[in-house]
Design a protein around this ligand. Structure first.
Ligand code: COA
Length: 198
């Protein structure tokens, strides 16, 4: 299988995703979507072929899609693009780096990307449109709801519940079985013990 993939968002996170997509090999990158003034530019040799308004046309032509906008201050743009894609096609890619380990007893939602050297353990669940970034560890029975970014090197210990739209910063560590708020922002390097536990 070699499906043609459109990446929505041409910034820094897109570069990291390109590396994963190339290594994984299921998809051929057919182009990138970005702002109108970026059309015709390239990212790691792949052309910016259009903008988000081309999603309906490209969907009708059978392309697959992955949101490659990054997510730090807010998940809003990633959610908007994901929902736009979802309205036009079911061809939403899920990409797992061959250098990552995902337990066969874990689940990864569509539109999510698992980057190099991430580790997702048994019983973990990752929702739709998430980023599990390089070297992140999602321990047993942790749940990450839709539209979350688990940043580089973050550790979600067993049973952690990361609610929708949440950002977990680099090297943040969660205590086991704690819960974030929806659309939460956990700073890089934090020891997160839950909101009721300091
Ligand atoms: C690096 C960091 C810890 C600095 O924190 P700090 O020195 O305490 O600084 P502040 O709390 O003033 O926040 C600085 C920035 O963090 C982000 N931030 C902090 N709290 C936030 C919140 N509740 N919601 C959204 N963004 C927030 C904003 O981008 C803010 O930028 P601004 O100054 O334009 O508002 C924090 O910015 C952070 O965790 N950033 C993400 C780094 C990271 O993990 N990147 C992932 C790469 S994969």
């Amino acid at each position: 299988m070699n499906e043609k993939l459109i990446l929505a968002g041409g910034g820094g996170h897109c570069k990291a995703v390109i590396d994963v997509v190339e290594k994984e090999g299921t998809y051929t990158i057919a182009g990138i979507l970005d702002r109108p003034e970026m059309v015709g530019e390239t990212v790691l040799g792949y052309e910016i072929v259009g903008t988000d308004s081309d999603i309906p046309k490209l969907a009708a032509e059978g392309y697959h899609f992955l949101v490659t906008v990054g997510q730090i201050a807010s998940p809003k743009i990633r959610i908007e693009i994901f929902e736009r894609i979802e309205r036009h096609t079911d061809n939403i890619a899920t990409v797992v780096s061959p250098l990552a380990y995902v337990s066969p007893h874990a689940e990864i939602g569509r539109g999510s990307v698992v980057m190099h050297h991430a580790l997702i353990n048994a019983g973990a669940m990752i929702g739709e449109n998430c980023i599990v970034n390089s070297k992140a560890l999602v321990e047993h029975d942790a749940t990450v709801e839709a539209h979350c970014h688990i940043s580089t090197g973050a550790i979600l210990n067993g049973g952690t519940l990361v609610r929708i739209g949440t950002f977990i910063g680099s090297n943040a560590v969660s205590k086991e079985y704690v819960e974030t708020k929806p659309f939460d922002f956990i700073k890089a390097g934090t020891l997160f013990k839950g909101h009721d536990n300091g």
